[in-house]
Unconditional design. Structure first.
Length: 557
């Protein structure tokens, strides 16, 4: 049931209007994984009121926008990425009024708000799927193979493990690229297009500034749903075009949505954006999603997957910048999210590397996405007992962290790095509720407990413990975001590589030179200027700068 607002509110005016240069081109966007951010009512699950109360913290951190993961009505078979009603807030997270209040408060603070939209699949509890006739038109049902249709229609595998098909009582099968509770929609049916455009307008009317498009490379399947011909398909996702992912036909949908977003923005004096969660085999194919008439941004998972080596980082940065420049889009950078092992753990269990990687990311031209808790240097939790696990992939035997997709699991990632150091390739370890204050769980997360247990040794990592400590990771993030705002052109301006010793990256940006030492030991070089900010103490002696191992420094030049 769609909830009604108790006091319907007009769409608030987001800061900034019209097309202009584009607020999103250099925005730092903070991902709030709602169920793990802040709990207001003591049920151990984060909610919209809790998130709203903490917005001043995000303002103070210095981000430009927040992205809220799905809070819609959902049986929670996949952390809310199984939506039963796209226009209602799940009671776990609050009410539509709470969403409205959150959006207003964010705008009052000068923060923009992006919400998820999940168009590849719905929940199996969605009214469309529940209706036997409608479901056959709006989802992908097929007869089975074999003498009595007892075999799946083709050999496709679910990202979460097992076949991508489930048989119904009627004897036919439906496609679900993720869990069986997430049937794939039939995007050949125009009613599906109409409905998603209406859903977008609903949230735009409530004031959101954009959408993170889940599985933006899905939706369109190759005609005839052809077999792939071999198993272990999770390993192919993001490495090649598949009959169910990154089909060219998907771009027509993004073009239609761009027209909708631009039209809505023009009519209301706002800039509203679409962000693609798309797994494409190359930076060039990913750039197709951000052509001028498609979405505004796409997550750059190639950067997230890059190993901590100067050559590899440089080539992924070059490839990303070249690909997006070819279509006039800004590049985005991301190191962590709710689907992958937190980068402190992934980069060799090294907080030093994580801090350096973050400073590198924030010095690059374009927009950056932060995942809640990375500003505290949180590690992945790697000792969760089986009985608290909730990742559907854990129960389906797929090792894929992969909900995320592809490339996030040690085995399936082309270079096997994204899940390195995680517990076992599943996604609960990066979703443990945030520690805000205090010495014991739930560390101020809320008045009750927390839906996943927090480690006993997180007392020193809380927001309260780190605030004001200049050596803390939280203060490093605050300082970097503050400088990023104050150095004109740092976000969207030019970047030029500078000479550097082996293992070190150096590049200039407007107002600074950035050095990154990816080696595990000190490296000396002629000091390029005065240190502005460093992830580890840097020294300058007789014009020689000594870069600590695994560090990044911003130099004033
Ligand atoms: C990507 C989301 O980030 C992930 O959490 C989810 O499991 C899949 N898409 C399926 O919706």
């Amino acid at each position: 049931m769609t909830q009604e607002l108790t006091s319907p509110s007009p769409a608030p005016q987001a800061p900034g209007t019209g097309r202009g240069p584009g607020w999103w081109r250099d925005a730092v966007i903070y991902q709030v994984y709602v169920r793990s951010f802040a709990d207001s009512d003591g049920d151990g699950i984060g909610d919209l009121r809790g998130a709203r109360e903490r917005l001043p913290y995000l303002k103070d951190l210095g981000v430009d926008a927040v992205w809220l993961t799905p809070f819609y009505a959902s049986p929670q078979a996949d952390g809310g990425y199984d939506v039963a009603d796209y226009r209602a807030v799940d009671p776990l997270f609050g009410t539509l009024q709470d969403a409205d209040d959150l959006i207003r408060t964010a705008h009052d603070l000068g923060l923009r708000v992006i919400v998820d939209i999940v168009p590849n699949h719905t929940s199996d509890r969605h009214p469309w799927f529940q209706d036997p006739e409608l479901s056959r038109q709006r989802y992908l049902f097929r007869p089975g193979k074999g003498e009595s249709g007892e075999l799946p229609p083709n050999d496709w595998e679910s990202v979460f493990g097992g076949p991508a098909w489930t048989r119904t009582d009627r004897g036919d099968w439906y496609l679900h690229l993720f869990a069986p509770e997430q049937p794939d929609l039939n995007w050949d049916n125009p009613e599906v297009h109409t409905e998603f455009e209406a859903i977008m307008r609903f949230w735009l009317d409530l004031g959101v500034d954009g959408f993170r498009v889940d599985v933006a490379h899905g939706m369109i399947k190759a005609p005839g749903l052809p077999d792939i011909g071999h198993g272990a398909q999770a390993q192919l996702i993001g490495a090649q075009v598949l009959p169910f992912f990154d089909q060219d036909g998907v771009h027509a949908i993004h073009r239609a949505w761009r027209r909708l977003l631009d039209g809505y923005g023009d009519a209301h004096g706002r800039q509203v954006i679409g962000v693609a969660e798309a797994w494409a085999p190359t930076a060039e194919r990913l750039a197709l999603y951000v052509r001028p008439d498609e979405l505004h941004q796409a997550f750059n998972f190639q950067f997230l997957n890059a190993p901590w080596q100067s050559d590899a980082l440089r080539s992924v940065i070059d490839a990303s910048l070249a690909a997006t420049a070819s279509v006039g889009a800004p590049t985005t950078w991301v190191l962590s999210n709710h689907d992958v092992v937190r980068h402190t753990t992934r980069l060799g269990g090294s907080l030093a590397r994580a801090r350096a990687a973050t400073l590198l990311m924030l010095a690059l031209p374009g927009s950056a996405y932060l995942y809640q808790g990375e500003e505290l240097g949180l590690p992945e939790v790697t000792d969760l007992p089986d009985e608290v696990r909730q990742d559907p992939a854990f129960f389906r035997g797929g090792r894929a962290t992969g909900a995320a997709g592809p490339g996030t699991d040690t085995e399936s990632a082309p270079d096997g790095v994204a899940a390195a150091g995680g517990q076992d390739g599943f996604r609960d370890g990066c979703r443990v509720p945030l520690p805000w204050s205090g010495a014991l769980p739930p560390y101020g997360f809320g008045p009750g407990g927390s839906w996943l247990p927090q480690p006993a040794d997180w007392g020193g990592l809380t927001v309260a413990a780190q605030t004001g400590d200049p050596a803390s990771t939280l203060e490093l993030y605050r300082a970097a975001l503050d400088l990023r705002r104050r150095l004109p052109g740092l976000g969207d301006g030019p970047m030029t590589w500078a000479p550097a010793p082996d293992g070190v990256l150096a590049f200039t940006r407007p107002g600074l030179l950035c050095t990154v030492n990816t080696l595990g030991h000190d490296v000396g070089l002629p000091a390029p200027g005065t240190p502005l900010l460093s992830s580890a103490p840097v020294t300058v002696d007789d014009a020689t700068g000594r870069l600590p191992g695994d560090s990044c420094t911003w130099w004033a030049i």
